[in-house]
Design a protein around this ligand. Sequence first.
Ligand SMILES: Nc1ncnc2c1ncn2[C@@H]1O[C@H](COP(=O)(O)OP(=O)(O)O)[C@@H](O)[C@H]1O
Ligand SMILES: [Mg+2]
Length: 186
Amino acid sequence: MEAVPQSPAAEAVPQALSGMSAPEASRQHSTTLTSPDQMQELGRRLAKLLRPGDLVLLSGELGAGKTTLARGLGEGLGVRGAVTSPTFVIARVHPSLTGGPALVHVDAYRLGDGLDEMEDLDLDVSLPESIVVVEWGDGKVEDLSDDRLHVVIHRVVGSTDDERRTVTVTGVGARWADAGLGALTA
Ligand SMILES: Nc1ncnc2c1ncn2[C@@H]1O[C@H](COP(=O)(O)OP(=O)(O)O)[C@@H](O)[C@H]1O
Ligand SMILES: [Mg+2]
């Protein structure tokens, strides 16, 4: 009797998608990653789906992998400088090295809920020509755009040395109605 070949991708089939209606499913994609390298690779793939004016929110606890994902995004976009966790700077602009959109990387961790500081960043001015990626932006930057991509990262278990992460990418707004998020892990 022949063994049925098991596709490695089968494990990665996001459970969250089962039972969802098709339009919903196309706007949400979940996957489990097992290393920082894989997180960076996900960022590089995500970069291929992005275009100027796109707003990406990265959520997840400290050490979840938000900056690691953003670094992959920067690599995929071909921008200048590695994306890092800024110590003093809240927003950093990484210009494209290839004539594409700049990456504006924001770490809103130290920003209060007051919108004033956020407004000082003039993200609304940068957004049309750039890709804006915001860590800790929940509840702070949604007003910038009706269309946004929410990326939520969870540790699979609580232990800090476990490298597994689940990542759920959800598109909000018409921009992401049929954006092929499945390509992220295909
Ligand atoms: N699967 C994974 N994805 C991303 N980072 C991981 C993973 N496993 C372990 N890590 C480690 O967790 C840390 C994530 O840090 P960082 O990306 O700065 O997180 P955040 O920006 O969410 O605070 C890094 O030290 C990274 O090496
Ligand atoms: Mg970070």
